[in-house]
Design a protein around this ligand. Structure first.
Ligand SMILES: [Fe+2]
Length: 503
């Protein structure tokens, strides 16, 4: 039987289900019983995989009778070129049933392709057009038809607004088309308002607040570019007062509200305590369980928008149409490039700075076929796509010093992948100590200068290329360590002296 009940959940906290992440909801709850009522978590769709990969999962599972769970999967497309596969939705359905999630929510966006999520989970929000509403409705009803609990549609974070509709009108029409209830993420709404230069509360009148079942509130950063301001949704950042004010205006207008989730991942526990206490004051009186109704049937039709063209635009592979908001496109591309650089630096830090040290050189990768192919099922992960890109670059423009650095970093990654304890000694054929030193010291110098001047002088990076060109061809004894998703190379003697490695 299909369950469409929406029980009262109260005030919740979100987690990415990692036991090492701050705040740890259960530690917080043990110290302050009753400080929140439920946990909303993100994890893989497959519950077996979530059990294996999410280190907090066991605690969540063991305590679920006292601390109810809401699943907020991030690996779930509600926009994009392809509908979710049946087997993945079956896995989602099983996951929801086993943990007893009364509903499931996700941002209306293209989150992943061929199992690859966008770096930093910087998904692609749909264009705010009538055609895209149809495409999102098709995705949403496809997901809903495969699961037994209601799917809530969350308004996406938006940096570059593409399309004429107000995001609240877009969500209202998506709700009308699907019959699915809504989740309002206040920071996401604020991002739309700021990008469009609107008042934070613009567009609230006429919005179907009676469809809102859950509210999200999280941290973020305001950036200024000339006369423009943009909001970057970034949970570990402090929550902006503007967002809290908007939250208070919205929370009082939703008669069917069942849950307020504080997406406080990355906040220290003492701050989380204060924020939860503040949010508790805005929580409406406990409401009765309500039903979701008017669910519409999936309309089968072809996609009307070209999500791959949006991919090209977002990653700099297309000359933006003059009708688009150029400043916002530039800002969004910068955001994506910053995340790509940060991710690539986890495994290939020296190669990345030598091959893609400037914005222009990094765009050459972000817009490349190698990057795009990764989202079409070729290559395991981002660093594999990047390696293919670097190999092509080296074929087109041979450079022995870069080739040597690239070979050594690739080799270190290989050694790391076989190191069962996460750490291994190795002998490398070239001594890269000066290249490592150059990278660290130049970046430190540039960062302290940039803090004042706002300028990052890429010319200074040429010192790293010089160090790579004169790197001695001699054996280098190293220790390779895996740390989270990073692979680090340490000089063996230094690793022993600092106690990182023994023998
Ligand atoms: Fe959210």
């Amino acid at each position: 039987m299909v369950s469409r009940t929406l029980p009262w959940m109260g005030l919740g906290i979100s987690t990415n289900a990692s036991a090492s992440a701050r705040p740890n909801p259960y530690r917080l709850l043990d110290r302050r019983p009753g400080i929140f009522d439920y946990v909303e978590y993100s994890a893989p769709l497959e519950i077996e995989r979530a059990r294996r990969e999410a280190s907090l999962f066991e605690t969540m599972w063991n305590r679920r009778a006292d601390v109810p769970l809401l699943f907020h999967p991030v690996h779930l497309n509600l926009y994009g070129p392809e509908l979710e596969r049946e087997e993945d939705l079956a896995a989602l359905s099983r996951h929801l049933r086993e943990i007893g999630s009364p509903w499931v929510s996700n941002d209306v966006a293209w989150w992943h392709s061929a199992g690859r999520a966008f770096a930093g989970y910087l998904y692609l929000a749909p264009p705010l057009t009538k055609e895209a509403i149809g495409d999102c409705a098709r995705h949403a009803l496809h997901v809903q038809s495969a699961i037994e609990v209601p799917l809530l549609l969350e308004n996406p974070a938006i940096v570059s607004v593409r399309g004429p509709l107000h995001v609240l009108d877009f969500m209202a029409e998506l709700h009308a088309k699907t019959g699915l209830d809504l989740l309002v993420d206040v920071g996401h709404l604020f991002s739309h308002q700021l990008s469009r230069g609107l008042d934070p509360a613009s567009g609230l009148d006429g919005f179907p607040f009676e469809a809102v079942v859950e509210i999200h509130i999280a941290g973020g950063v305001i950036a200024e570019r000339g006369t423009r301001r943009f909001y970057v949704d970034d949970h570990p950042q402090p929550i902006r007062e503007e967002v809290l004010e908007l939250f208070e205006r919205i929370a009082t207008r939703c008669p069917r509200l069942r849950a307020i989730t504080y997406e406080g991942d990355g906040h220290p526990e003492h701050l989380a305590e204060d924020m939860l206490a503040r949010l508790r004051r805005s929580l409406p009186e406990r409401g009765e369980t309500v039903m979701q109704d008017n669910l519409h049937r999936a309309a089968v039709h072809e996609a009307k928008t070209d999500a791959w063209a949006l991919f090209d635009l977002a990653y700099g592979g297309q000359v933006p149409d003059p009708a688009l908001d150029q400043e916002a496109e530039t800002f969004e591309l910068d955001l994506r490039l910053a995340v790509l650089a940060e991710r690539l630096d986890r495994r290939l830090p020296l190669t990345r700075v030598l091959v893609s040290g400037t914005r222009e050189a990094l765009v050459a990768f972000s817009r490349s076929e190698e990057h795009k192919e990764g989202f079409r099922g070729l290559g395991r992960d981002l660093s594999e796509s990047y390696k293919r890109f670097v190999r092509r670059r080296l074929r087109e423009e041979p450079d022995d010093s870069i080739a040597a650095v690239f070979a050594i970093e690739s080799w270190a990654n290989e050694i790391a992948s076989h190191a069962s304890s996460g750490i291994a000694a190795a002998r490398l054929p070239r001594d890269l100590r000066e290249v490592q030193h150059a990278r660290r010291s130049i970046e430190r110098h540039l960062a302290s200068f940039a803090r004042i001047s706002g300028l990052w002088d890429h010319q200074a990076l040429s010192s790293i290329a010089q160090a790579a060109r004169r790197a001695p061809e001699r054996d280098w004894e190293v220790v390779v360590r895996v740390r989270g998703e990073s692979v680090e190379i340490f000089d063996r003697e230094e690793a022993i002296a600092s106690g990182l490695f023994s023998s």
